[in-house]
Design a protein around this ligand. Structure first.
Ligand code: HAM
Length: 420
């Protein structure tokens, strides 16, 4: 027997129903914010991702050489592809350009629950604006999408990379030292950060202040820390505007300022945010995003860009762990010919129903009433139609309600009206 590749999954009809439901809610929420859907290829030139996505992403790339000798990679994410698309064909579009997408992504990662080598993202990019209202709306949309799909328990964290680097600068940390600290900060290993700072020769008092500022969610403390002449003063003012709009105009009060958000991709600049589902445990990050710079690197005319991506598979896992009741799809009618002579008429009735937009199936195994009824109940059909010779003489069939077991004879011409 063949085995499924590590880190990939087969999706059953039941799971697929859940996924379609979630996708539709997400899609319509993107639409309500004025975003329009696009699609890009599953693979791209390798260079697109090695250019600026960052070391961890590059290490995890699925790359290959095609028969024409081209170096290609399965996409690990869609921001770089969307910006490639923009620079190539969409630069003349009116601004801001609001785009969203669904797509499978590929990362050669160590698989575990919520972490796969093939996974799906729902994401968006806004191109051509960096106003505080654009950023506030972006964060609100991410939060609203996850709320709309039915999640109750969410944690929204907002950070600012320019403020973070200005804090680093204050302590004269070199690029290498910052690089060493970043993964520790990302994993919230603040004791290790403290030890590292001491190793770098930073005074006890300063190391304390720095580790504290990384952990505070009190914007006042950050304000006190950022002195007047500081380069990050402007960013702090902008951040305050964004959270003010989020709270007062967009109704999102449930957020935390978190200076320790560093994000795993190298292209971010400025605002960053993440949304977590605490119910998920280890792989609890549902959404990540922020402002970033890629356009000039890809040869386009510089304009601000921001976006986010939601882990689609983790969203489903989070809903399941919260005990969310997904709407279930049910077949409207299962048609049962009582003997072989009834097959022709049964097929005709089934097809008529389908033409009227009713979902209908019929017994294709010639297995008689009781076995067919059992099957109809196992596939959760709403109604069964039993087609027998005596009823047919009067142009009638028997309709059985599969929930109650109640049966009634009805005229064939009335079936659609009754089952609808
Ligand atoms: P990211 O944080 O790398 O950001 O991925 C976004 C989300 O995809 C994560 O929060 C997580 O839910 C999900 N995800 C990532 N890796 C896996 C995996 N191995 N298995 C399952 N789910 C996973 C980006 O990809 C950026 N392009 C987001 C963005 C858009 N920034 C600006 N615009």
């Amino acid at each position: 027997v063949y085995q499924i590749p590590r880190g990939t999954r087969d999706i059953t009809p039941e799971e697929m129903q859940k996924r379609r439901y979630v996708e539709e809610v997400m899609r319509s929420t993107f639409n309500t914010f004025g975003y329009r859907e696009i699609q890009t290829p599953t693979f791209e030139t390798l260079e697109l991702f090695t250019a600026k996505s960052g070391e961890t992403i590059v290490e995890e790339l699925y790359s290959f050489t095609d028969k024409g000798g081209r170096e290609l990679a399965l996409r690990p994410e869609l921001t770089a592809p969307v910006i490639r698309f923009y620079v190539d064909k969409l630069q003349m579009e009116p601004k801001p350009l609001k785009l969203f997408y669904f797509g499978n992504c590929y990362r050669y990662d160590r698989p575990q629950k919520g972490r796969y080598r093939e996974f799906k993202q729902a994401g968006c990019e806004i191109i051509g604006t960096d106003t505080s209202e654009a950023y506030a709306e972006l964060i609100a949309m991410a939060y609203n999408i996850l709320k709309k799909v039915g999640l109750k328990n969410l944690e929204l964290n907002i950070g600012e990379l320019n403020i973070l680097s200005s804090i680093f600068k204050r302590f004269n940390l070199s690029k290498d030292q910052q690089k060493y600290l970043t993964p520790l900060i990302d994993k919230s290993l603040f004791e290790d950060v403290f030890v590292a700072l001491k190793d770098f020769g930073i005074k006890n008092e300063d190391a304390n202040a720095l580790t504290e500022i990384l952990q505070t969610s009190d914007i006042k403390k950050i304000e006190n820390f950022i002195k007047d002449g500081d380069a990050a003063k402007k960013e702090l003012t902008e951040l305050k505007k964004i959270i003010d709009l989020l709270e007062k105009s967009l109704g999102i009060k449930n957020y935390k300022i978190k200076m320790s958000i560093v994000r795993g991709l190298d292209y971010y600049k400025g605002l960053v945010f993440e949304i977590e589902a605490p119910s998920l445990g280890a792989e609890k990050q549902l959404c990540g995003g922020g402002a970033y710079e890629l356009i000039r690197l890809f040869g386009g005319k510089e304009t601000p860009t921001a976006g986010f991506a939601i882990g689609f598979d983790r969203t489903i896992l989070a809903l399941e762990s919260e005990g969310f009741k997904f709407p279930t799809y049910r077949l409207d009618v299962f048609v049962i010919p009582v003997n072989d002579d009834m097959i022709k008429k049964s097929l005709e009735i089934t097809q008529n129903l389908r033409n009227q937009g009713v979902s209908a199936d019929l017994d294709l195994l010639r297995r008689g009433i009781s076995k067919s009824l059992k099957y109809a109940s196992s596939i959760n059909a709403k109604k069964a139609i039993i087609v027998g010779p005596k009823e047919l003489e009067q142009d009638k069939v028997t309709i059985r309600d599969m929930n109650t077991g109640k049966q009634e004879m009805v005229k064939i011409k009335d079936i659609t009206q009754i089952v609808k």
